[in-house]
Design a protein around this ligand. Structure first.
Ligand code: HEC
Ligand code: HEC
Length: 478
């Protein structure tokens, strides 16, 4: 017998707007898809396929870093090739073995795996940098509402805390934690902590910053397979339905796909495709050029002359002269796209089902949209037409002043963040939550929600402790 949460009887279910023009995405399947992704209304038993976050692509074992089980042999070989490049430690140029050089001159890590071990979440955040407004000459790519953020003139777009021998790193990042207490119903008290970045040597006061945790990369290939129109259908920029929640689409230029696309990756949805995201990572985090981001000096600014003059790993004798050639870049993107998630735990446990009802009643699905169906794609059968459970609408939401930074990105203001997908938050050993990693549990993450999510947060603060416990149990089952 499922005990319904108190809130469920007093609140209308906050259903995301999924109607939209699904026909353009799914053709003759549109009605079937609409029925399948409709919000749950019965919490007495699990929904069909609820335990399989990636549909048929869900990992069969519990090992993080497993590849999608339904890949073709060719796709599996390609992903394995990409995995080797993802794990490889790059070295500074020049070396005799040309295939692995070109690191830096400034960098944060020598391998992708340095921040995403086995595709998982990183241990420490990086610090994004920038100057806002016209002062730095930020370039607007002709997208309405784009914030003209320029790189910091001395340090670029990110603080690199390593440099090749002979050059100095830009600085070291430390975090000061400020304790915050939040009383909850039933006499409980949450002990939260707010991060304040501290850089040595100190930054110019005009430099704006944003701490960013390296996310786990599991399931990202299925996110790429969601039709743009299905995500756009959930947007409600003017809050036409009056629920206080106004998800906005992030429009971003895409180097890999060309033109302006819907941003789906990164904490502010700043990248449209995995190839764009991975090319950006090679450049900013490791100082490696690719056909999509061709500067061999990575994030060094014109003022960093010694860095710009440093020998590069580009090889003019090769057809694909970049430090990371187009085929290697594609292989790494294909590897990331092939990372699987394990199945959910205990979907039929009574407390988990009770927590699922609390999740719905508190209004969480308005942003953490449980279900999508991926596009039909004969060329990519592993990811084609799967019912997936990311728990995100992939839209930007104003999350209030506590989570806001003073550095906008693309069309996202400092206060707007992409709804974090909740799949895997309980099953993949995550210990840090939110864009800057301040939260140490899913509950702490919820308690920092403000802005458009303030009402949902207030319901969690005020609900009976037993409902809160069920909600936590549900989140841990995801
Ligand atoms: C120094 C640490 C660091 C290194 C090295 C690094 N990343 Fe990341 N990665 C991050 C951070 C931080 C973010 C979040 C960025 C943001 O918010 O825009 C991220 C985000 C991503 C995302 C988007 C995840 C999502 O859920 O939207 C992908 C994909 C990714 N990285 C892949 C890679 C690959 C591939 C490499 C190697 C080429 C790499 N990363 C190297 C720190 C790192
Ligand atoms: C208005 C939209 C919105 C609503 C409503 C909302 N969230 Fe969120 N949630 C977000 C956004 C955006 C983020 C990412 C914020 C960040 O990284 O700073 C997030 C992050 C999270 C995280 C951290 C995930 C991670 O990987 O770090 C958890 C857990 C979470 N939400 C749970 C909930 C629960 C439970 C509810 C209902 C009580 C809820 N959220 C309601 C938008 C929302």
């Amino acid at each position: 017998m499922i005990r319904l949460p108190v809130l469920l009887t007093s609140l209308a279910l906050a259903a995301p707007a999924v109607a939209g023009d699904l026909a353009s995405s799914y053709g003759p399947d549109a009605a079937r898809v609409a029925a399948v992704v409709a919000p749950a209304t019965d919490f007495a038993a699990p929904e069909p396929f609820e335990a399989r976050p990636l549909g048929a692509a869900t990992a069969t074992g519990g090992t993080p870093g497993a590849l999608l089980p339904n890949l073709s042999p060719e796709a599996r070989m390609q992903a394995t090739l990409g995995e080797a490049i993802f794990e490889k430690l790059w070295v500074p140029a020049p070396t005799a073995t040309r295939a692995s050089d070109g690191l830096g001159p400034l960098y944060n890590a020598r391998a992708c795996a340095g921040c995403h071990e086995k595709g998982g979440q990183g241990r420490a955040p990086v610090l994004k940098l920038g100057r806002s407004g016209a002062e730095g000459g930020g370039v607007a790519p002709g997208i309405a509402g784009w914030h003209p953020v320029a790189p910091d003139p001395g340090l670029g777009r990110q603080l690199q805390d390593f440099a090749v021998t002979g050059l100095q790193a830009e600085g070291q990042l430390a975090i000061d934690w400020h304790a915050v207490e939040l009383p909850l119903s039933g006499g409980e008290v949450a002990h939260l902590r707010r991060p304040v970045p501290r850089v040595t040597p100190a930054l110019d006061p005009a430099t704006r910053t944003s701490l960013r945790m390296p996310p786990a990369l599991y399931g990202l290939g299925l996110i790429e397979a969601i039709p743009e129109a299905a995500i756009r259908a959930g947007a409600d920029p003017e809050d036409a339905d009056g629920d206080g929640i106004s998800g906005r689409v992030a429009e971003v230029p895409s180097a890999s796909a060309g033109g302006v696309r819907l941003g789906r990756y990164g904490h502010k949805a700043g990248a449209a495709t995995l190839a764009d995201m991975v090319a950006g990572a090679f450049s900013t985090d490791m100082g490696l050029s690719t056909p999509l981001v061709p500067d061999p000096w990575g994030d060094c600014t014109a003022a960093q002359t010694a860095c710009r003059a440093w020998p590069s790993g580009e090889d003019a004798g090769l057809r694909d002269s970049r430090e990371v050639g187009g085929e290697a870049l594609t292989a790494v993107a294909d590897y990331v796209a092939a990372l699987a998630l394990p199945g959910r735990r205990d979907v039929a446990a009574p407390e988990v089902l009770a927590g699922k009802a609390v999740f719905a009643a508190a209004g969480c699905p308005a942003c953490h949209r449980p279900k999508f169906v991926t596009a039909r794609s004969p060329a990519d059968p592993a990811r084609s037409f799967q019912l997936i459970w990311p728990f995100s609408d992939f839209l930007l939401h104003d999350m209030g002043p506590e989570l806001a930074v003073d550095l906008p990105e693309g069309v996202a203001t400092g206060a707007e963040w992409r709804t974090a997908p909740l799949w895997g938050i309980g099953t993949t050993g995550r210990t840090r939550f939110l864009h800057d990693g301040r939260a140490r549990s899913p509950l702490e993450a919820v308690l920092w929600h403000g802005g458009e999510a303030a009402a949902a947060q207030a319901r969690v603060v005020a609900m009976p402790p037993a409902d809160r416990a069920a909600l936590i149990r549900y989140l841990e089952s995801l």
